[in-house]
Design a protein around this ligand. Structure first.
Ligand SMILES: Cc1ncc(COP(=O)(O)O)c(C=O)c1O
Length: 380
């Protein structure tokens, strides 16, 4: 039934026996920098590549300060902490996200509240956010509270789903009105811009991921983005065991975390950053070809970037007619050597979060029943 689509995807990726979803490419200075790193013996927590990688990402994204972490999940953990989220607080986010968003909220002892996503972006809906707040929240003494639970609502964490920027300016305006800290889960969206500004730089803090399936990778890795230099400095301090700088003394002035990315991963990051823009343009060209192809395929729509955005098209998305068609498509493509995946199980359906509050999640469920990710690697 989906033979034409399977053949098109296979041909797009050079007719391999197996077409994976997203694999990294190493065609630049990766080996050179790794060798330099090994030769220097500074493979661990000290070395020049860490600073260089942070500077490269700050320059590319326009953030005042970028701070590397071991992965995107612990970048989000630190972001929650620095946004002032505390045990018992509520944090507004999406049910349509990867588990890491909610894990980071949970590490603090806070609770996610799931708000619906937008039909045009697959990211948090500013309208649904506002509606939930109007119905459930009140601002008292400069802080937002859930009128029903009495808990403080401290932050909002939208996610730029599959690399497509969400309506982040409108979300920021609602957060401002309700005194919520805005933390962007930009794990999937390095290289994606909204109105010319990089995702992850609109709120108080943004978090990126450099996991192996992302647009660029450091093996494992994450990055925090800040517009506030002082907050960035504090992040650096607490992600490096909060050690007070001294030539030989071991003094620590805060509970710290060993979340700093090793130099050897950062070496990989520097080499990958040199090719980021080229990879994004390559992925956008693939998306253009998919969009053209699916125009002529009945009952499958290709999801195109939202208005005012330059998406990295991290993972390409097709929308099937219904759940039955989604399952059939998954079955046929995977049976024929084309790797495809459905969206993550919705967060409110997982045992750890099924008791959490949520709104209607109408669009969220609509997407969950129809979305399939199709191969999206950079094509060399
Ligand atoms: C939306 C989202 N948030 C957070 C993460 C966590 O990043 P990491 O795997 O680097 O911990 C990922 C991806 O892996 C993600 O897709």
């Amino acid at each position: 039934m989906y033979e034409k689509t399977i053949n098109f995807i296979k041909q797009l990726y050079g007719n391999q026996e197996f077409t994976p979803l997203a694999v990294p490419v190493f065609v630049g200075n990766e080996k050179k920098y790794l060798n330099e790193c090994i030769d220097s013996t500074f493979v661990s927590s000290v070395g020049k590549f860490v600073d260089r990688f942070e500077e490269m990402v700050a320059e590319y994204t326009g953030a005042k300060r970028a701070v590397v972490c071991v992965n995107g999940t612990n970048a989000l953990h630190i972001a929650m902490m620095l946004a002032g989220v505390e045990r018992g607080d509520e944090v507004l986010t999406q049910a349509l996200t990867f588990i890491a968003t909610c894990n980071a909220i949970s590490y603090i002892g806070a609770h996610p509240v799931f708000i619906d996503v937008d039909k045009e972006t697959m990211g948090l809906s500013p309208v649904a956010l506002k509606n939930w707040l109007e119905a459930n929240a009140e601002v008292k003494n400069g802080a937002c509270y859930n009128k029903h639970t009495g808990h403080r609502v401290k932050a909002c964490v939208p996610m730029h789903t599959f690399g497509h920027p969400c309506k982040i300016e409108d979300i920021a305006a609602v957060c401002h009105e309700y005194h919520l800290e805005l933390v962007e889960d930009a794990a999937e969206s390095i290289g994606s811009f909204y109105k010319g500004r990089h995702t992850g730089t609109f709120g108080k803090i943004g978090a990126l991921s450099f996991n192996g399936n992302k647009t660029i990778t450091t093996g494992g890795g994450g990055m925090l983005l800040f517009n506030d230099e002082e907050l960035g400095k504090l992040a650096k301090h607490i992600t490096t065991q909060a050690k007070v700088p001294h030539r030989w003394e071991f003094r620590h002035d805060h509970i710290g975390y060993n979340y700093r990315m090793p130099n050897i991963n950062a070496a990989l990051g520097c080499a990958q950053m040199e090719h980021l823009e080229e990879y994004v343009l390559n992925k956008r060209e693939t998306a253009k070809q998919y969009a053209e192809f699916f125009k002529n395929i009945a009952d499958i729509d290709f999801f195109v970037e939202p208005a005012d955005s330059r998406s990295n098209y991290w993972l390409n998305v097709v929308i099937l007619k219904d759940k039955e068609a989604q399952l059939k498509f998954l079955q046929e493509t995977n049976d024929n050597g084309v790797m495809t995946r459905p969206i993550w199980e919705l967060m409110n359906r997982l045992p750890m979060f099924e008791h959490c509050e949520h709104d209607s999640l109408e669009n969220t469920i609509w997407f969950a029943d129809r979305v399939v990710n199709i191969p999206s690697s950079v094509r060399l």
